[in-house]
Ligand binder design. Structure first.
Ligand SMILES: Nc1ncnc2c1ncn2[C@@H]1O[C@H](COP(=O)(O)OP(=O)(O)OP(=O)(O)O)[C@@H](O)[C@H]1O
Length: 585
């Protein structure tokens, strides 16, 4: 039986992903309708936005020729509203383009060339010190209140944010191998920047664009609300200011422009969020699965055992929103006091299976089907409170990287005592005595001294012994050890395996040993399950699997294990230096 590689899934285009997102579709539709209304504004109204008539001062909505009524200057509210859309759109286009042009170009160059970065940092820090809105008001004599010139300046004021975003992204990708490869292949720097670096950083910059557009519209409206700029420029801000004055008598004059401004900026922000999800991949809420109730055992052939995993499947959402299975239908069982080796190459899903049993999978992981029973009790679907009671008591865990699993801020003793008190409700004194006894039991020569040490003061092997001491403290029925020796010296590896085997016998624990190394399982495991691409391809007793591996993948893994026959026996060439010969011996 050979496991089939999953067929590659086609990745949807950005437009395709946006079209499937209701938020993106709704926000883009609202924006499109508003922009089109602005463009065809002259066709929808019989008056120009600046045309005033004494007869139409505060005209009621529905007055012939004044669908939304007249304002306090006798101007058509609808005509001004539609013309204000155009002012906003032009403001957004100018402000965003200038910010992107200045910020992205400087960010690309500043991020790529270290020698230019210092000057660029200084310049953009200087720009950031200017108080934006105030500066735009102070520059009024220069801009003559023209909103287009004002937006050019505002674009420059927005550029430091874009510069920093781009610079950080470029610094992150410029040492990637694909950029080195482009350099080695003889591409010029400008071409590398345009083709490889800009392409790699485009996502966050595109997302920022929607927010820059919203900011430009907001500032243009804010300035015209304050009366900066000629009254002949139709703007939501000026309309809101006018409506404010008539708030109590003609509240609708205030409502229309506020509503339109709110809809435009909210749609831009929502569209920006949808763009981010589409480009960077949204994190799905983890799907809660219903616990699989154990079937009543009428026939007696249902698998029994301390730990029974049946048809377990774990998946992760991909950026396109589809689920990718990393564990597909794993079944295994472990009796009390038994040792099962879960073996497979890197990425085969061993750790994911172990994490599912411990119920510590990342939040984005989705258990799509299956059942995990410990002593007949279904673990999937168990309340987190109940699961916490199991973890560290009935099920314990020994990790791969002992050093990174000890908190550097606390002594070894503090960490053991804390764990013991939480698990067994002991007094500080009792917990200390037990911790010292445990340290001695796991083979630490000077328990008192180690108890007072911080993690950086002990070796990796000692740290692993400390973690094993903590794991077995509450006499768990199941110990899961995930590559417990991978990070250790070869000599220490054997000692740690011996310790695990001794403790397992002494305490009668079941041991699930996750490893990629057949050598490790050879002398410690009763049974072996071989995993490949998320599936178990073979299970058997250690003897069966080593003597007669049934699956070609198992045979391949076994062939990778070095034995005496693979050691070179031919004499070293004459040119090998003496010290190298010494080492070979
Ligand atoms: N947070 C995650 N998001 C998406 N995929 C993940 C995540 N964590 C793990 N995977 C994927 O799950 C698959 C199985 O990973 P797992 O860590 O179980 O492998 P493993 O067999 O334990 O290998 P190793 O010995 O290298 O840890 C891998 O393809 C990995 O890329």
């Amino acid at each position: 039986m050979t496991a089939q590689a999953p067929a590659p899934r086609r990745r949807r285009s950005l437009a395709g992903r946006l079209l499937r997102d209701p938020q993106a579709v709704a926000a883009a539709s609202v924006l499109l309708i508003i922009v089109v209304l602005g463009l065809i504004g002259p066709l929808l109204t019989s008056h120009g936005p600046n045309e005033a008539s004494l007869d139409s001062i505060n005209a009621d909505p529905g007055t012939p020729g004044y669908l939304l009524g007249g304002d306090r200057s006798g101007q058509d509210i609808l005509a001004r509203l539609l013309a204000s859309i155009n002012t906003s759109v032009v403001s957004a286009l100018i402000g965003t383009s200038i910010a992107l042009l200045v910020g992205v170009s400087a960010g690309l160059v500043g991020g790529y060339y270290d020698r230019i970065r210092g000057g660029a940092e200084w310049l953009f820090s200087l720009i950031m010190t200017f108080p934006g809105l105030l500066l735009l008001i102070v520059l009024l004599p220069l801009t003559k209140g023209d909103f287009k010139v004002t937006m050019v300046i505002f674009g420059v004021l927005l550029s430091p944010g874009v510069y920093r975003l781009t610079r950080n992204l470029v610094v992150g990708v410029k040492n990637e191998l694909f950029v080195d490869a482009a350099r080695v292949s003889g591409l010029s720097d400008p071409r590398i920047l345009r083709r490889h670096v800009l392409f790699a950083v485009r996502g966050p910059v595109i997302i920022a664009t929607a927010f820059l557009a919203g900011a430009s519209i907001g500032v243009q409206s804010g300035l015209s609300f304050l009366g900066v700029g000629p009254a002949t420029t139709p703007s939501f801000g000026a309309m809101i200011a006018g409506g404010f004055a008539e708030l109590y008598t003609e509240p609708l004059q205030f409502v229309w422009p506020s509503l339109m401004l709110g809809m435009m900026t909210a749609s831009l922000v929502l569209f920006g969020n949808a763009l981010r999800d589409a480009l960077e991949g949204a994190t799905r809420k983890p799907v809660k699965i219903k616990p699989v109730r154990p079937e009543p055992r009428t026939t007696g052939d249902a698998p029994a055992g301390l730990l029974v995993v049946e048809d377990l499947a774990i998946a992760y959402p991909t950026p396109s929103g589809e689920l990718r299975e990393v564990v597909s239908g794993v079944s295994l069982s472990l009796d009390a006091g038994e040792t099962l080796g879960l073996v497979g190459e890197s990425g085969s899903g061993k750790t994911q299976t172990a994490f599912a049993i411990l119920r510590v999978l990342p939040a984005e992981a989705v258990v799509t089907r299956g059942s995990i029973r410990l002593d007949g009790r279904e673990i999937l679907g168990l309340k987190e409170k109940d699961m916490r009671a199991l973890r560290g008591r009935s099920i314990a865990y020994v990790p791969q990287e002992p050093m990174s699993n000890l908190d550097p801020s606390f002594t070894v003793g503090d960490q053991l005592v804390e764990g013991l008190r939480a698990a067994k409700g002991l007094s500080r004194k009792e917990a200390r005595a037990q911790a010292l006894a445990l340290l001695e039991r796991v083979g630490i020569a000077e328990p008192e001294r180690t108890f007072r040490c911080y993690p950086h003061q002990i070796s990796g092997g000692m740290a692993q012994r400390v973690l094993i001491a903590g794991a077995v403290a509450s006499r768990p029925v199941l110990l899961i050890a995930d590559e417990p020796t991978t990070a250790l010296d070869v000599t220490v590896q054997a000692e740690i395996l011996d310790l695990l085997r001794d403790l397992q016998k002494e305490l009668g624990m079941a041991l699930l040993l996750v490893t990629h190394n057949f050598g490790v399982v050879a002398d410690i495991c009763d049974r072996i399950s071989v995993m490949r691409e998320g599936q178990i391809v073979e299970t058997g007793t250690a003897l069966e699997v080593f003597r007669e591996p049934a699956h070609p993948y198992t045979r391949m893994l076994l062939d990778c294990v070095l034995d005496e026959n693979t050691v070179r026996t031919d004499p070293p060439p004459a040119s090998v230096p003496a010290h190298a010969e010494e080492e070979q011996r």
